[in-house]
Write a protein that binds this ligand. Structure first.
Ligand SMILES: Nc1nc2c(ncn2[C@@H]2O[C@H](COP(=O)(O)OP(=O)(O)O)[C@@H](O)[C@H]2O)c(=O)[nH]1
Ligand SMILES: [Mg+2]
Length: 223
């Protein structure tokens, strides 16, 4: 027995959320809006990567960004400097967005003129993995300073994403982070995952990532 108390306080809303998520996905499909759900720990580089990505894609598709946080609007400030439309969402203490909150955010943003919406989810490797937001695809960022053991510690997150960006590869020489070990662990959890090493600082790998996103948006809006 553990020397401390463990409480299960999760609300049982899973069934309902899955249904709402599927409905949202269908309506986004009908209006030809792709939605990417971007997740990571705080500080892994979501906002920095987004800014770099928007610089590449903003002249070829209509983009819209949802910035979700418990509080503050610093990320929306960073995004708005790119000229891309953005909305800041405060979750009132919630550590993730569910499908209904995502839908409210999309309504606030306005998606009629958006081909690709990107949700920067609340920084956290646990709760966001448990809630389907209704996104077309899920992406996550693991950054080098976090360590190469994270797929072992947070397997659910690594198993539900379509693409994993390994960010901050510019600092690889200063950390004992083994890229190949991460890839191995991740492929065991999720054989179809696409892994792309990037540096949002130097721009390395950002073209490959932008290409992945470009292709997925095209497929979504064609079918
Ligand atoms: N060295 C390095 N620093 C980075 C990179 N990407 C982001 N950062 C820094 O990491 C910190 C957190 O980045 P941010 O984008 O705010 O992370 P977020 O909390 O996931 O949105 C900032 O100080 C960034 O400048 C990178 O590729 N290399
Ligand atoms: Mg951020």
């Amino acid at each position: 027995m553990e020397p401390f108390k463990i409480m299960e306080i999760k609300q049982s809303i899973f069934e309902d959320n899955d249904q709402q998520a599927n409905q949202l996905r269908e309506s986004l499909k009908a209006e030809k809006t792709f939605l990417l759900n971007l997740m990571s720990s705080p500080g892994a580089g979501k906002t920095t990567t987004l800014v770099k990505t928007l610089e590449i894609l903003k002249n070829e598709m209509r983009l819209g960004i949802l910035e979700a946080d418990i509080d503050s609007d610093v990320d929306a400030h960073s995004i708005s400097k790119t000229g891309v439309k953005v909305i800041q969402l405060h979750t009132g203490g919630m550590c993730h967005l569910d499908a209904d909150m995502t839908k409210q955010g999309l309504l606030g943003l306005g998606t009629e003129d958006v081909d690709c919406a990107i949700l920067e989810n609340v920084g956290n490797l646990v709760c966001p993995a448990e809630f389907d937001t209704g996104a077309s695809k899920n992406a996550m960022i693991l950054s080098v300073p976090e360590g190469d053991d994270k797929p072992l510690k947070y397997p659910l997150m690594f198993s539900i994403v379509d693409v994993l960006l390994i960010n901050k590869i510019d600092v690889l020489p200063y950390f004992d982070f083994d890229l190949e070990t991460v890839k191995e662990h991740v492929k065991k959890l999720n054989p179809n995952i696409r892994v792309i090493p990037i540096s949002a600082r130097t721009g390395e790998g950002i073209e490959e990532w932008a290409n992945w996103l470009r292709t997925e948006v095209k497929l979504w809006n064609e079918k």
